[in-house]
Design a protein around this ligand. Structure first.
Ligand code: PEP
Ligand code: MG
Length: 572
């Protein structure tokens, strides 16, 4: 068995097809007829552009418009006259072959981008290297395997999948992906999840241990891969896959059903989104609204701040598409580790404890916060928008933010611009301080949403992304559970809505506890909605009280997890 990172859930069983890009040998070859060589380059450029267009189309058809945008980065570079002009000049001035000129010019730019301290520029460096190799492959007649025409039942095996390779994937034929490189947030992982193909990435040394045609099992839940498994393993996984597919189909019957327990307690299952386009999946999976719109995504991957009008259009689009269903929009949660080059932020020593979210927004009212609040209020005239403030630690912050919202309302009144005068304002409860003061906060705001991703890290004093201390990072830790229970109790007592938008909200072992505690709203990635609804519809809140009581009597994470696992298995 090979272990890697679980990048996309599900079980895939099929035959390995190894997609190995042959190493290109780029030699400095002198040319005498430089004009002919420039023509040769132009021909290759044209072919690369038309291939890229085709890939973008395939992506838009097989995955979605949003994913096709990845190819636009490539198009932008390929159509940049500065880049292509420089390649042509290098051919002419140095009398060298096109592939060598491309090598020199593209590497120079890629190195410059890679040296810049921003995620967007790192991505541009990857894009530059990707288009470089693709142009060279066309010139050398060494084009890559046509991934689009691989047979049904293929498990794609590669060192790494470049975005352009991933773009050619037809999800009907590719039923699993294994790569040696990459991480959970690499482009290929994101695309695999969007296409719902089980994937395991970062499987060190895998290519040496697999041949074309080998039987491969990809367990995208556990992050495990088996090559030519013995009969018992193969059978066990065939059963798991059949169960996975059956479950997926069965979940369809929960579309259109209310999220209501056996004893009549109704909750809401809503979705986390990052861009207006994500609403399509929310509708497909029957989300009852949006519980968290992470607006920082509107600010990323660009070179200047989105204007108030651009933001207004984005918020309005989501509100209109969801036609009256609640849409909780979180004000900007940026800073610290999430870098945005044009904002001129300096690096903090302790990013997660630093200049972030509401702290930054209250310090940059004029250029950041007021325009965002104006956009949100204006959009509230078009649907059921609620405003959510992230990373709140003290009462003063929420009072200041609310005062700013009132000021903005008055400004809109003066200009006769419509907005929802009763717009709800809530907070993310995700810091230890906010949890301890939840009784007081509950009197100041209209709703809570528990951000367990951060609440866990702040409660456990454990960086959420640090693998070496990940044993500490668990929402099942009794300290975190007590915090969650307390926040929910304070909200219930004050009569305000309390939701959860951290990953824990869709954890099947956590849902029974949250129901018992009295959570009203569960917000999660769209693809988890139906499974969560199934769990809720098959539970009885009254019966779960005893389960929660028992779970809360344990003093270690392991005990709680073991108990909840046993409980869930007893239901199966
Ligand atoms: C959280 O902290 O749980 C949360 C939902 O917000 P983010 O993951 O964006 O910090
Ligand atoms: Mg958070």
């Amino acid at each position: 068995m090979f272990k890697g990172t679980n990048a996309s859930a599900g079980i895939g069983i099929g035959k390995a097809v190894i997609v190995e890009e042959t190493e290109l040998v780029i030699e400095r070859r002198a040319v005498t007829d430089v004009e002919a060589e420039v023509e040769r380059f132009k021909g290759a450029l044209e072919k690369t552009i038309s291939d890229t267009e085709k890939l973008a189309q395939d992506l838009a058809e097989n995955v979605g418009e949003k994913e096709a945008e990845i190819m636009q980065g490539h198009m932008m570079l390929l159509m940049d006259p500065m880049l292509t002009g420089e390649i042509e000049n290098t051919v002419k001035n140095d009398s060298i072959c096109s592939e060598y000129a491309i090598e020199q010019v593209c590497n120079m730019y890629a190195d410059v981008f890679a040296g810049m301290d921003s995620e967007m520029m790192q991505q541009r460096a990857t894009d530059m290297r990707d288009i470089k190799t693709r142009m060279q492959r066309v010139l050398l007649g060494a084009e890559t395997v046509d991934i689009a025409s691989l047979p049904e039942g293929t498990i794609l095996v590669a060192k790494d999948l470049t975005p352009s390779m991933t773009a050619g994937i037809n999800p009907k034929n590719i039923i699993g992906i294994v790569t040696e490189l990459g991480g959970k947030t690499s482009h290929s992982a994101i695309l695999a999840r969007a296409m719902e193909i089980p994937a395991v990435v970062a499987v060190t040394g895998f290519m040496k241990n697999v041949k074309n045609g080998d039987s491969v099992v990809v367990d995208g839940n556990a992050g495990e891969v088996y090559v030519n498994p013995d009969e018992a393993t193969a059978n066990a996984y065939a059963e798991k896959r059949a169960a996975y597919l059956k479950e997926k189909e069965e979940l369809q019957k929960y579309v259109g059903k209310p999220s209501i327990t056996q004893d009549g307690v109704q909750v809401e299952i809503v979705a986390n989104i990052g861009k207006p386009e994500d609403v399509d999946k929310v509708i497909e999976y029957d989300g009852e609204g949006v519980g968290l719109f992470r607006t920082e995504f509107l600010f990323m991957d660009r070179s200047a701040m989105p204007t108030e009008d651009e933001q207004f259009e984005a918020y309005k689009a989501v509100a209109e598409k969801l036609a009256g269903k609640p849409v909780i929009i979180r004000t900007l949660d940026i800073g610290g580790d999430k870098e945005i080059p044009y904002m001129g932020l300096t690096k903090d020593e302790n990013p997660f404890l630093g200049y972030r979210a509401i702290r930054l927004c209250l310090d940059r009212k004029d250029d950041i916060y007021r325009p965002q609040l104006r956009a949100l209020l204006r959009a509230s005239a078009y649907g059921n928008i609620r405003i959510m403030i992230p990373m709140v630690t003290c009462i003063d912050e929420i009072r200041e933010a609310k005062a700013l919202i009132e000021e903005t309302k008055a400004e809109l009144d003066r200009k006769d611009i419509p907005y929802n005068k009763d717009i709800q304002v809530g907070i993310m409860v995700e810091t230890a301080a906010a949890s301890l003061m939840a009784d007081v906060f509950a009197k100041e705001v209209d709703f809570f949403s528990i951000g367990t991703n951060d609440l866990t890290q702040y409660t456990m004093s454990c960086d959420r992304g640090n693998e070496r201390i990940s044993y500490l990072y668990s929402t099942f830790n009794p300290a975190v559970l007590r915090s969650i229970q307390r926040i929910i109790r304070c909200a219930n007592e004050a009569g305000i809505m309390v939701g959860m938008c951290g990953e824990a909200a869709s954890d099947p072992m956590m849902i029974p506890l949250l129901l018992a505690f009295g959570l009203n709203e569960f917000s999660m990635s769209a693809s988890a909605i139906l499974q969560s609804r199934k769990i809720i519809c098959n539970s009885s809140k009254a019966e779960l009280q005893a389960v929660a009581e028992k779970a809360m009597s344990f003093v270690t994470t392991k005990e709680v997890e073991a108990y909840m696992k046993e409980y869930m298995e007893s239901l199966a």
